[in-house]
Design a protein around this ligand. Sequence first.
Ligand SMILES: [Zn+2]
Length: 422
Amino acid sequence: MTLFTLLFALFLLLDASLRFWLARRQVAHVMHHRDAVPAIFADQISLRSHQRAADYTVARVRMGLIERIVDAGVLVGLTLLGGLQAIDFGLMRWIDNDFIRQLLLLASVGVIMMLIGLPFSLWRQFRLEARFGFNRMTLPLFFSDLAKNIVLSTLLGLPLAAAVLWLMTEAGTLWWLWAWLLWVAFNLVMLVAFPLWIAPLFNRFTQLEDETLAGRIRNLATRCGFPLDGLFVMDGSRRSAHGNAYFTGFGKARRIVFFDTLLSRLNHDQIEAVLAHELGHFHHRHILKRIVVSFTLSLGFFALLGWLSTQLWFYASLGVAPMLNGSHHAMALVLFCLVVPVFTFPFAFITNMGSRRDEFQADAYAASQSNADHLIAALVRLYDDNAATLTPDPLHSAFYDSHPPAAVRIARLRLAGGAQPA
Ligand SMILES: [Zn+2]
Protein backbone atom coordinates (compact mmCIF):
# COMPACT_ATOMS: atom_id res chain seq x y z
CA MET A 1 0.00 0.00 0.00
CA THR A 2 1.40 3.39 -0.96
CA LEU A 3 0.96 6.78 0.62
CA PHE A 4 -1.45 7.83 -2.12
CA THR A 5 -3.61 4.73 -1.58
CA LEU A 6 -3.87 5.78 2.03
CA LEU A 7 -4.67 9.37 1.12
CA PHE A 8 -7.33 8.23 -1.36
CA ALA A 9 -8.91 5.91 1.23
CA LEU A 10 -8.81 8.70 3.78
CA PHE A 11 -10.56 11.18 1.49
CA LEU A 12 -13.11 8.55 0.47
CA LEU A 13 -13.89 8.04 4.13
CA LEU A 14 -13.99 11.79 4.74
CA ASP A 15 -16.30 12.29 1.76
CA ALA A 16 -18.63 9.53 2.97
CA SER A 17 -18.68 10.70 6.60
CA LEU A 18 -19.24 14.30 5.60
CA ARG A 19 -22.17 13.35 3.36
CA PHE A 20 -23.62 11.04 5.98
CA TRP A 21 -23.31 13.65 8.73
CA LEU A 22 -24.87 16.37 6.55
CA ALA A 23 -27.71 14.05 5.55
CA ARG A 24 -28.47 13.23 9.19
CA ARG A 25 -28.46 16.92 10.07
CA GLN A 26 -30.78 17.73 7.17
CA VAL A 27 -33.28 14.99 8.04
CA ALA A 28 -33.24 15.94 11.74
CA HIS A 29 -33.67 19.64 11.01
CA VAL A 30 -36.48 19.18 8.50
CA MET A 31 -38.33 16.70 10.74
CA HIS A 32 -37.93 18.99 13.74
CA HIS A 33 -39.70 21.79 11.84
CA ARG A 34 -42.24 19.51 10.18
CA ASP A 35 -45.13 20.32 12.50
CA ALA A 36 -45.30 24.07 11.96
CA VAL A 37 -45.05 26.32 8.91
CA PRO A 38 -42.39 28.99 9.59
CA ALA A 39 -44.06 32.23 10.67
CA ILE A 40 -43.10 34.28 7.60
CA PHE A 41 -44.81 31.74 5.30
CA ALA A 42 -47.73 30.94 7.60
CA ASP A 43 -50.38 32.85 5.63
CA GLN A 44 -49.28 31.52 2.21
CA ILE A 45 -48.39 27.87 2.74
CA SER A 46 -50.64 25.26 4.29
CA LEU A 47 -49.43 22.83 6.93
CA ARG A 48 -50.24 19.94 4.58
CA SER A 49 -48.07 21.39 1.88
CA HIS A 50 -45.27 22.07 4.34
CA GLN A 51 -45.34 18.48 5.55
CA ARG A 52 -45.36 17.16 2.00
CA ALA A 53 -42.23 19.24 1.32
CA ALA A 54 -40.60 17.84 4.46
CA ASP A 55 -41.35 14.24 3.44
CA TYR A 56 -40.15 14.85 -0.12
CA THR A 57 -36.90 16.40 1.14
CA VAL A 58 -36.22 13.54 3.55
CA ALA A 59 -36.99 10.92 0.88
CA ARG A 60 -34.57 12.58 -1.54
CA VAL A 61 -31.79 12.88 1.02
CA ARG A 62 -32.11 9.18 1.90
CA MET A 63 -32.13 8.11 -1.73
CA GLY A 64 -29.10 10.32 -2.47
CA LEU A 65 -27.22 8.69 0.36
CA ILE A 66 -27.95 5.15 -0.84
CA GLU A 67 -26.86 6.09 -4.35
CA ARG A 68 -23.67 7.59 -2.96
CA ILE A 69 -22.82 4.44 -1.00
CA VAL A 70 -23.26 2.29 -4.12
CA ASP A 71 -21.13 4.72 -6.15
CA ALA A 72 -18.37 4.62 -3.55
CA GLY A 73 -18.46 0.81 -3.61
CA VAL A 74 -18.17 0.80 -7.40
CA LEU A 75 -15.31 3.28 -7.21
CA VAL A 76 -13.37 1.06 -4.79
CA GLY A 77 -14.20 -2.00 -6.92
CA LEU A 78 -12.90 -0.37 -10.08
CA THR A 79 -9.73 1.00 -8.51
CA LEU A 80 -8.33 -0.64 -5.37
CA LEU A 81 -10.01 -3.99 -5.97
CA GLY A 82 -8.67 -4.20 -9.53
CA GLY A 83 -11.83 -3.79 -11.63
CA LEU A 84 -10.24 -1.45 -14.17
CA GLN A 85 -7.20 -3.65 -14.44
CA ALA A 86 -9.39 -6.68 -15.15
CA ILE A 87 -11.33 -4.82 -17.85
CA ASP A 88 -8.09 -3.66 -19.45
CA PHE A 89 -6.61 -7.18 -19.41
CA GLY A 90 -9.83 -8.50 -20.93
CA LEU A 91 -9.68 -5.93 -23.73
CA MET A 92 -6.00 -6.69 -24.33
CA ARG A 93 -6.84 -10.31 -24.99
CA TRP A 94 -9.31 -9.40 -27.71
CA ILE A 95 -7.98 -6.26 -29.31
CA ASP A 96 -4.58 -5.76 -30.87
CA ASN A 97 -4.90 -2.14 -31.88
CA ASP A 98 -3.69 -0.10 -28.94
CA PHE A 99 -5.69 3.01 -29.76
CA ILE A 100 -8.97 1.16 -30.17
CA ARG A 101 -8.38 -0.80 -26.97
CA GLN A 102 -7.94 2.45 -25.06
CA LEU A 103 -11.03 3.98 -26.59
CA LEU A 104 -12.97 0.85 -25.63
CA LEU A 105 -11.69 1.11 -22.07
CA LEU A 106 -13.16 4.61 -21.84
CA ALA A 107 -16.42 3.41 -23.41
CA SER A 108 -16.65 0.41 -21.05
CA VAL A 109 -16.32 2.61 -17.99
CA GLY A 110 -18.97 4.93 -19.43
CA VAL A 111 -21.32 1.99 -19.97
CA ILE A 112 -20.71 0.60 -16.46
CA MET A 113 -21.48 3.99 -14.90
CA MET A 114 -24.62 4.31 -16.97
CA LEU A 115 -25.85 0.83 -16.03
CA ILE A 116 -25.27 1.48 -12.34
CA GLY A 117 -27.09 4.81 -12.50
CA LEU A 118 -30.04 3.36 -14.40
CA PRO A 119 -31.95 1.64 -11.56
CA PHE A 120 -31.57 4.82 -9.51
CA SER A 121 -32.96 7.01 -12.29
CA LEU A 122 -35.87 4.61 -12.73
CA TRP A 123 -36.56 4.52 -9.01
CA ARG A 124 -36.26 8.28 -8.68
CA GLN A 125 -38.62 9.02 -11.55
CA PHE A 126 -41.23 6.29 -11.16
CA ARG A 127 -41.23 5.80 -7.40
CA LEU A 128 -39.97 8.89 -5.61
CA GLU A 129 -41.17 11.62 -7.99
CA ALA A 130 -44.35 9.68 -8.70
CA ARG A 131 -45.12 9.30 -4.99
CA PHE A 132 -45.15 13.08 -4.60
CA GLY A 133 -47.08 13.65 -7.78
CA PHE A 134 -44.25 15.11 -9.83
CA ASN A 135 -43.69 12.40 -12.40
CA ARG A 136 -45.33 12.94 -15.78
CA MET A 137 -43.03 10.61 -17.66
CA THR A 138 -44.04 7.29 -19.18
CA LEU A 139 -41.69 4.30 -19.41
CA PRO A 140 -41.48 4.54 -23.24
CA LEU A 141 -40.49 8.22 -22.94
CA PHE A 142 -37.89 7.34 -20.31
CA PHE A 143 -36.29 4.75 -22.55
CA SER A 144 -36.46 6.91 -25.66
CA ASP A 145 -34.67 9.66 -23.69
CA LEU A 146 -32.09 7.09 -22.61
CA ALA A 147 -31.56 5.90 -26.20
CA LYS A 148 -31.13 9.50 -27.40
CA ASN A 149 -28.65 10.18 -24.60
CA ILE A 150 -26.62 7.10 -25.50
CA VAL A 151 -26.52 8.05 -29.19
CA LEU A 152 -25.59 11.65 -28.35
CA SER A 153 -22.83 10.73 -25.91
CA THR A 154 -21.43 8.27 -28.44
CA LEU A 155 -21.53 10.78 -31.31
CA LEU A 156 -20.08 13.64 -29.25
CA GLY A 157 -18.08 11.84 -26.57
CA LEU A 158 -16.22 9.22 -28.59
CA PRO A 159 -14.64 11.64 -31.11
CA LEU A 160 -13.71 13.98 -28.24
CA ALA A 161 -12.14 11.11 -26.29
CA ALA A 162 -10.34 9.89 -29.43
CA ALA A 163 -8.96 13.39 -30.05
CA VAL A 164 -7.69 13.68 -26.46
CA LEU A 165 -6.06 10.22 -26.65
CA TRP A 166 -4.42 11.22 -29.92
CA LEU A 167 -3.08 14.45 -28.36
CA MET A 168 -1.74 12.49 -25.39
CA THR A 169 0.21 10.26 -27.75
CA GLU A 170 1.32 12.77 -30.37
CA ALA A 171 1.47 16.26 -28.89
CA GLY A 172 4.50 15.90 -26.62
CA THR A 173 4.83 16.89 -22.98
CA LEU A 174 2.50 19.87 -23.37
CA TRP A 175 -0.35 17.68 -24.66
CA TRP A 176 -2.50 18.70 -21.69
CA LEU A 177 -2.46 22.32 -22.84
CA TRP A 178 -3.72 21.32 -26.30
CA ALA A 179 -6.26 19.01 -24.74
CA TRP A 180 -7.47 21.88 -22.58
CA LEU A 181 -7.83 24.15 -25.65
CA LEU A 182 -9.84 21.41 -27.32
CA TRP A 183 -12.00 21.11 -24.19
CA VAL A 184 -12.64 24.88 -24.18
CA ALA A 185 -13.52 24.85 -27.89
CA PHE A 186 -15.85 21.86 -27.41
CA ASN A 187 -17.68 23.60 -24.57
CA LEU A 188 -18.04 26.87 -26.47
CA VAL A 189 -19.51 25.01 -29.43
CA MET A 190 -21.90 23.18 -27.10
CA LEU A 191 -23.12 26.48 -25.63
CA VAL A 192 -24.45 27.37 -29.07
CA ALA A 193 -25.32 23.84 -30.20
CA PHE A 194 -27.28 22.87 -27.11
CA PRO A 195 -30.21 25.30 -27.41
CA LEU A 196 -30.30 25.11 -31.21
CA TRP A 197 -29.98 21.39 -31.90
CA ILE A 198 -29.78 19.26 -28.79
CA ALA A 199 -32.52 20.55 -26.48
CA PRO A 200 -35.08 20.31 -29.34
CA LEU A 201 -34.36 16.57 -29.58
CA PHE A 202 -35.92 16.17 -26.14
CA ASN A 203 -38.53 18.91 -25.95
CA ARG A 204 -40.79 20.96 -28.14
CA PHE A 205 -40.06 24.68 -28.13
CA THR A 206 -42.79 27.01 -29.34
CA GLN A 207 -42.91 30.78 -29.54
CA LEU A 208 -44.65 32.36 -26.56
CA GLU A 209 -48.12 33.07 -27.89
CA ASP A 210 -49.62 35.21 -25.13
CA GLU A 211 -49.11 38.67 -26.73
CA THR A 212 -49.77 40.66 -23.55
CA LEU A 213 -47.17 38.68 -21.65
CA ALA A 214 -44.70 38.72 -24.56
CA GLY A 215 -45.09 42.52 -24.77
CA ARG A 216 -44.36 42.92 -21.07
CA ILE A 217 -41.32 40.69 -21.31
CA ARG A 218 -39.97 42.58 -24.32
CA ASN A 219 -40.40 45.86 -22.41
CA LEU A 220 -38.54 44.42 -19.46
CA ALA A 221 -35.75 43.08 -21.69
CA THR A 222 -35.35 46.47 -23.38
CA ARG A 223 -35.33 48.22 -20.00
CA CYS A 224 -32.58 45.83 -18.85
CA GLY A 225 -30.55 46.17 -22.06
CA PHE A 226 -30.95 42.49 -22.91
CA PRO A 227 -30.81 41.72 -26.63
CA LEU A 228 -33.69 39.29 -26.92
CA ASP A 229 -33.67 36.89 -29.86
CA GLY A 230 -36.32 34.41 -28.92
CA LEU A 231 -39.01 33.85 -26.37
CA PHE A 232 -39.91 30.19 -26.09
CA VAL A 233 -42.16 27.91 -24.15
CA MET A 234 -40.89 24.40 -23.48
CA ASP A 235 -43.17 21.43 -22.85
CA GLY A 236 -41.54 20.54 -19.52
CA SER A 237 -44.86 19.04 -18.42
CA ARG A 238 -44.16 15.98 -20.60
CA ARG A 239 -41.67 14.81 -17.98
CA SER A 240 -42.25 16.57 -14.69
CA ALA A 241 -44.52 18.89 -12.79
CA HIS A 242 -41.52 20.91 -11.59
CA GLY A 243 -41.43 24.39 -13.13
CA ASN A 244 -38.52 26.56 -14.23
CA ALA A 245 -37.33 29.36 -16.49
CA TYR A 246 -33.89 29.99 -17.90
CA PHE A 247 -32.02 31.81 -20.57
CA THR A 248 -29.38 30.20 -22.61
CA GLY A 249 -26.95 30.46 -25.49
CA PHE A 250 -24.83 33.18 -27.00
CA GLY A 251 -25.29 35.61 -29.85
CA LYS A 252 -27.86 34.35 -32.31
CA ALA A 253 -28.70 31.38 -30.13
CA ARG A 254 -29.61 33.56 -27.14
CA ARG A 255 -33.11 32.82 -25.94
CA ILE A 256 -35.38 32.92 -22.95
CA VAL A 257 -37.14 29.65 -22.23
CA PHE A 258 -40.16 29.17 -19.96
CA PHE A 259 -41.35 25.78 -18.84
CA ASP A 260 -45.06 25.48 -19.60
CA THR A 261 -45.42 24.28 -15.99
CA LEU A 262 -44.13 27.65 -14.75
CA LEU A 263 -46.39 29.71 -17.03
CA SER A 264 -49.45 27.82 -15.89
CA ARG A 265 -48.75 28.46 -12.19
CA LEU A 266 -47.72 32.13 -12.05
CA ASN A 267 -49.53 35.31 -13.03
CA HIS A 268 -48.00 37.91 -15.37
CA ASP A 269 -46.62 40.06 -12.55
CA GLN A 270 -44.88 37.06 -11.05
CA ILE A 271 -43.53 35.82 -14.38
CA GLU A 272 -42.08 39.27 -15.08
CA ALA A 273 -40.39 39.28 -11.66
CA VAL A 274 -38.89 35.81 -12.19
CA LEU A 275 -37.58 36.88 -15.55
CA ALA A 276 -36.13 40.08 -14.06
CA HIS A 277 -34.20 37.82 -11.69
CA GLU A 278 -32.83 35.84 -14.67
CA LEU A 279 -31.89 39.10 -16.39
CA GLY A 280 -30.10 40.08 -13.17
CA HIS A 281 -27.76 37.14 -13.82
CA PHE A 282 -27.20 38.52 -17.32
CA HIS A 283 -26.70 42.09 -16.07
CA HIS A 284 -24.07 41.03 -13.54
CA ARG A 285 -22.41 38.75 -16.11
CA HIS A 286 -22.72 35.76 -13.78
CA ILE A 287 -22.82 33.21 -16.55
CA LEU A 288 -19.74 34.62 -18.25
CA LYS A 289 -17.90 34.69 -14.91
CA ARG A 290 -18.89 31.10 -14.21
CA ILE A 291 -17.60 30.02 -17.62
CA VAL A 292 -14.29 31.82 -17.10
CA VAL A 293 -13.87 30.28 -13.63
CA SER A 294 -14.69 26.81 -14.93
CA PHE A 295 -12.23 27.11 -17.84
CA THR A 296 -9.49 28.36 -15.51
CA LEU A 297 -10.10 25.53 -13.03
CA SER A 298 -10.12 22.99 -15.84
CA LEU A 299 -6.71 24.28 -17.00
CA GLY A 300 -5.41 23.44 -13.53
CA PHE A 301 -6.99 19.99 -13.70
CA PHE A 302 -5.53 19.28 -17.15
CA ALA A 303 -2.08 20.33 -15.93
CA LEU A 304 -2.49 18.06 -12.93
CA LEU A 305 -3.58 15.21 -15.19
CA GLY A 306 -0.56 15.87 -17.42
CA TRP A 307 1.73 15.41 -14.47
CA LEU A 308 -0.09 12.50 -12.79
CA SER A 309 -0.23 10.51 -16.03
CA THR A 310 3.59 10.25 -15.98
CA GLN A 311 3.80 9.11 -12.33
CA LEU A 312 4.04 5.37 -11.79
CA TRP A 313 2.69 5.62 -8.25
CA PHE A 314 -0.54 7.21 -9.51
CA TYR A 315 -1.48 3.96 -11.27
CA ALA A 316 0.04 1.58 -8.75
CA SER A 317 -1.73 3.27 -5.81
CA LEU A 318 -5.09 2.88 -7.53
CA GLY A 319 -4.95 -0.79 -8.37
CA VAL A 320 -3.56 -0.60 -11.88
CA ALA A 321 -0.26 -2.05 -13.09
CA PRO A 322 1.48 0.89 -14.75
CA MET A 323 2.55 0.51 -18.37
CA LEU A 324 4.28 3.71 -19.29
CA ASN A 325 4.87 2.60 -22.88
CA GLY A 326 2.25 4.82 -24.40
CA SER A 327 -0.75 2.59 -23.86
CA HIS A 328 -1.71 3.94 -20.44
CA HIS A 329 -3.37 7.17 -21.56
CA ALA A 330 -6.97 6.04 -21.35
CA MET A 331 -6.25 4.55 -17.93
CA ALA A 332 -4.87 7.89 -16.73
CA LEU A 333 -8.03 9.65 -17.95
CA VAL A 334 -10.35 7.15 -16.30
CA LEU A 335 -8.51 7.14 -12.98
CA PHE A 336 -8.38 10.91 -12.94
CA CYS A 337 -12.10 11.36 -13.64
CA LEU A 338 -13.06 8.75 -11.03
CA VAL A 339 -10.73 9.85 -8.27
CA VAL A 340 -10.62 13.65 -8.44
CA PRO A 341 -14.23 14.24 -7.29
CA VAL A 342 -13.42 12.42 -4.02
CA PHE A 343 -10.85 15.11 -3.28
CA THR A 344 -12.94 18.08 -4.37
CA PHE A 345 -16.22 17.43 -2.50
CA PRO A 346 -15.08 18.96 0.82
CA PHE A 347 -14.63 22.21 -1.16
CA ALA A 348 -18.09 22.16 -2.74
CA PHE A 349 -19.28 24.82 -0.34
CA ILE A 350 -16.90 27.35 -1.91
CA THR A 351 -18.51 27.18 -5.35
CA ASN A 352 -21.97 27.14 -3.83
CA MET A 353 -21.12 30.16 -1.72
CA GLY A 354 -20.29 32.06 -4.91
CA SER A 355 -23.47 30.85 -6.53
CA ARG A 356 -25.63 31.98 -3.59
CA ARG A 357 -24.04 35.42 -3.67
CA ASP A 358 -25.01 35.61 -7.36
CA GLU A 359 -28.59 34.70 -6.46
CA PHE A 360 -28.78 37.55 -3.96
CA GLN A 361 -27.46 39.95 -6.60
CA ALA A 362 -30.00 38.73 -9.16
CA ASP A 363 -32.80 39.09 -6.58
CA ALA A 364 -31.71 42.66 -5.80
CA TYR A 365 -31.67 43.41 -9.51
CA ALA A 366 -35.17 41.96 -9.93
CA ALA A 367 -36.38 44.11 -7.03
CA SER A 368 -34.99 47.23 -8.71
CA GLN A 369 -36.18 46.47 -12.26
CA SER A 370 -39.46 44.76 -11.51
CA ASN A 371 -41.05 44.33 -8.09
CA ALA A 372 -39.79 42.61 -4.95
CA ASP A 373 -43.25 41.65 -3.72
CA HIS A 374 -44.11 39.96 -7.01
CA LEU A 375 -40.86 38.02 -6.87
CA ILE A 376 -41.60 36.95 -3.29
CA ALA A 377 -45.07 35.78 -4.32
CA ALA A 378 -43.59 33.86 -7.26
CA LEU A 379 -40.90 32.24 -5.13
CA VAL A 380 -43.35 31.16 -2.42
CA ARG A 381 -45.55 29.66 -5.13
CA LEU A 382 -42.59 27.81 -6.63
CA TYR A 383 -41.30 26.53 -3.28
CA ASP A 384 -44.78 25.26 -2.56
CA ASP A 385 -45.30 23.67 -6.00
CA ASN A 386 -41.87 22.06 -6.06
CA ALA A 387 -42.16 20.86 -2.45
CA ALA A 388 -38.86 22.56 -1.66
CA THR A 389 -38.23 22.61 2.06
CA LEU A 390 -38.50 26.00 3.76
CA THR A 391 -36.44 24.81 6.72
CA PRO A 392 -33.18 23.28 5.45
CA ASP A 393 -30.31 22.62 7.82
CA PRO A 394 -27.95 25.62 7.40
CA LEU A 395 -24.82 23.46 7.04
CA HIS A 396 -26.41 21.01 4.60
CA SER A 397 -27.59 23.99 2.60
CA ALA A 398 -24.11 25.56 2.65
CA PHE A 399 -22.64 22.41 1.10
CA TYR A 400 -25.27 21.41 -1.41
CA ASP A 401 -27.46 24.36 -2.35
CA SER A 402 -26.73 26.71 -5.21
CA HIS A 403 -29.61 28.92 -3.99
CA PRO A 404 -29.97 30.56 -0.56
CA PRO A 405 -32.49 29.07 1.90
CA ALA A 406 -36.04 30.32 1.28
CA ALA A 407 -36.42 32.29 4.51
CA VAL A 408 -33.11 34.15 4.10
CA ARG A 409 -33.82 34.95 0.49
CA ILE A 410 -37.29 36.28 1.16
CA ALA A 411 -36.21 38.28 4.21
CA ARG A 412 -33.70 40.11 1.99
CA LEU A 413 -36.31 40.73 -0.67
CA ARG A 414 -38.71 42.10 1.94
CA LEU A 415 -36.06 44.65 2.89
CA ALA A 416 -35.63 45.61 -0.75
CA GLY A 417 -39.40 45.72 -1.27
CA GLY A 418 -39.97 47.91 1.78
CA ALA A 419 -38.11 50.74 0.06
CA GLN A 420 -40.55 50.68 -2.84
CA PRO A 421 -44.01 52.17 -3.17
CA ALA A 422 -46.50 49.28 -3.07
ZN1 LIG B 1 -30.96 32.72 -10.12
